[in-house]
Design a protein around this ligand. Sequence first.
Ligand code: HPA
Length: 276
Amino acid sequence: MGKTELLYSDPIAAAVVAAEEIAKKTGIASHDVALVMGSGWVSAVDALGAPVFECNAEEIEGFLPPAVEGHSGKIRSYEIDANGKKMRALVFLGRTHLYEGKGIEPVVHGVRTAVKAGCKVIILTNACGGINTAYKVGQPVLIRDHISLTAVSPLSGATFVDLTDLYSKRIREIVKKEDSSLQEGVYVHWRGPTYETPAEILMMRTMGADLVGMSTVPEAIAAHALGAEVLGISLVTNAAAGVTGEKLNHEEVIAAGKAAADRMGSLLKGVIPKLL
Ligand code: HPA
């Protein structure tokens, strides 16, 4: 079990300590970009080659052990060639979710740590249900905007942060140049751990949502509030509840992620060197 007292009493200080620990363990003073790999996305990082460093996340200040199958709870560092220049990517395999009931601080600790470790761009990946009936299972969708249905913010106090360009338009354009078939959608953050009811999916569609999942939104807000640019990519792993009449299960989510891993990996590999 990692140390979490500081995480709850002073989460930003905990992120600074965690970033210092990562710099010390990796021998890399500053990283450039961070990736958070969601359910089913873990094998997509194989496209980045061999990591130069790996540790269990809970060895680092403030990180909890993983709670979900398919989330392996590792932190890795990769060296990426960006047209002859060296880029450093910090990769989180797995994340903490709001539905785990540990509060909001562990949910956003990874991205805060990444920003404190120097990352200017945070790539958030996830598995989601497709609300938009035009979406197919296995299709990646860029998050253009979100609707938070959890009413939980990672920020407290009079921090009135603007979210109009939360999912950076600049970066979405770079990604669409890499893969012009990519569509954009509005992601709903659902607390879980239950999947939605068909009636809730109908409500979300009526509100203008395309995708639904149990992550990403608090991390995007926390990263943006600290000044990082955010890219969110959802992989549609199933049609949302009520769309096909099929029941939803976590195994199908993981399997759809695995099936799309190669495509997602080459997308990430192509995009990362163009980000900074
Ligand atoms: N709903 C919520 N979260 C999800 C889903 C879903 O249908 N699929 C994968 N994560």
